[in-house]
Design a protein around this ligand. Structure first.
Ligand code: ATP
Ligand code: MG
Length: 397
């Protein structure tokens, strides 16, 4: 008989802690998994109180696992195979499905819920381990095995689970409301977007572009970043704001040292206006205290004071090294470091203020009609739907 992985067992993450909301979370998780796996047309999903099963039918287990690894709300999952409760079938299935191409350590953990099964758990372990040792270069390690092979013997069938893989953790996207993330082409904001989604928050992104000072390439880079992070929630709406007129007006009417602060205040106003329109509850940015002149506490005060909407800064106390590590893990780093200009880098003053004064910001802003320019930006936003890359070019980290 030919054996291959025929289902995937999914263990829930933190959501198992949430008593009353549990059903809501499981339903959302199932919907998200369904959406993420929609290109695998033959598989079926079944949710239970404490686990979910994906029946693979004709789909490739590794391709499905790769997509699953980015769905929040899953703590871990295992490729699994269902066989008859028969010791020879169990041994055959293990030998056929395990990948022996690399030397690995392993441990077999059998459990017999059907006490009528003629072989006791300990003996199942020995028989299966013996067969693996005989047919491969694998070695037993009962304390820290690379592979733990779990065998559950029930009366009707036996489930063999190998290769427990880490899920993405967090909460299912959609259970936590919606946020508008300010997405630049840098390293930080894609990581901030990822962290928001990890908490179950659905996101839309807003990006400020200053053509012709910023290029098509710069904008494409932002859309590429959006596509990478969109794998964590399905599709993603990106709003591109034409920011040039407002930026030029700032340069005309304010001292150069205040340009960045004023630009940020305008960004917040526009983002708040768009958030209201799109029913997003909060804004989120990739700011981190002290990283650059515009990210001192004084700057944050000056920037925050123009909006009422709450601002979330997921990276606020992280070191750059930690942020970079995370961006490599989620796959955005290589794109983020491509050398295309951002609207902020082009208009960067030589000596930006590190401790901007709110009264001076207000004075500069009173000298021109920024309100109508802000409204114009909100009106002329171009919104683009972004989707995760196709499954064939989607490779895990
Ligand atoms: P990042 O790596 O995310 O670009 P940064 O370290 O370069 O951050 P800043 O340039 O000061 O820091 O930007 C701080 C935050 O402001 C960014 O994380 C992002 O959320 C937002 N931001 C900056 N520029 C833009 C832009 N052109 N469009 C949208 N958001 C922006
Ligand atoms: Mg930046």
């Amino acid at each position: 008989m030919d054996y291959r992985y025929d289902h995937i067992l999914i263990r829930y993450g933190e959501l198992s802690l949430k008593g009353k909301n549990r059903n809501v979370f499981i339903r959302q998780l199932k919907e998200n998994i369904k959406k993420a796996l929609k290109s695998f047309s033959t598989l079926e999903i079944e949710s239970q109180h404490d686990r979910m099963y994906i029946y693979l039918k004709e789909e490739d287990p590794n391709e499905v696992a790769n997509v699953l690894s980015r769905v929040f709300g899953i703590s871990s999952f295992s490729l699994a195979i269902k066989v008859d409760s028969d010791i020879d079938a169990i041994v055959d299935a293990c030998l056929q499905t395990l990948d022996f191409s690399n030397a690995k350590t392993f441990k077999v953990a059998a459990r017999r819920s059907d006490k009528n099964f003629p072989v006791i758990s300990d003996q199942i372990n020995r028989i299966v381990a013996g067969a693996i040792l005989k047919n491969s270069a694998w070695k037993v390690d009962v304390h820290h095995p690379d592979y733990k092979i779990v065998i559950e013997v029930h009366r009707d069938s036996t489930y063999i689970m190998t290769d427990r893989m880490a899920g993405a953790g967090g909460y299912p996207v959609g259970v936590g409301g919606k946020a508008m993330v300010l997405l630049s082409g840098g390293i930080d904001s894609p990581v901030a977007a990822y962290l928001m989604m990890k908490r179950g928050v659905r996101i839309e992104c807003i990006h400020f572009a200053s053509p012709p000072y910023t290029s098509e390439n710069a904008q494409q880079k932002v859309l590429d970043l959006a596509s990478i992070v969109s794998a964590y929630q399905g599709d993603l709406l990106v709003h591109i704001v034409p920011f040039t007129n407002l930026q030029l007006a700032i340069y005309q009417h304010a001292d150069e040292s205040y340009a960045i602060t004023l630009m940020r205040r305008m960004m917040m106003r526009i983002a708040e206006g768009l958030a209201q329109k799109r029913k997003a509850l909060v804004l989120a940015t990739g700011e981190s205290v002290g990283q650059v002149a515009s990210q001192t506490l004084e700057s944050m005060v000056a920037i925050n004071s123009v909006v009422n909407i709450p601002m979330i800064r997921p990276l606020v106390c992280m070191d750059k090294v930690e942020i970079i590590e995370l961006s490599k893990k989620i796959g955005t780093y290589e794109t983020s470091i491509l050398p295309y200009e951002d609207c902020c880098t082009i208009f960067t003053p030589k000596n930006p203020v590190t401790k901007p004064r709110v009264d001076r910001c207000v004075k500069y802003e009173e000298s021109f009609d920024f309100e109508s320019l802000v409204q114009e930006c909100i009106q002329s936003v171009e919104s683009i739907w972004i989707h995760p890359q196709q499954k064939e070019d989607q490779d895990l980290y």
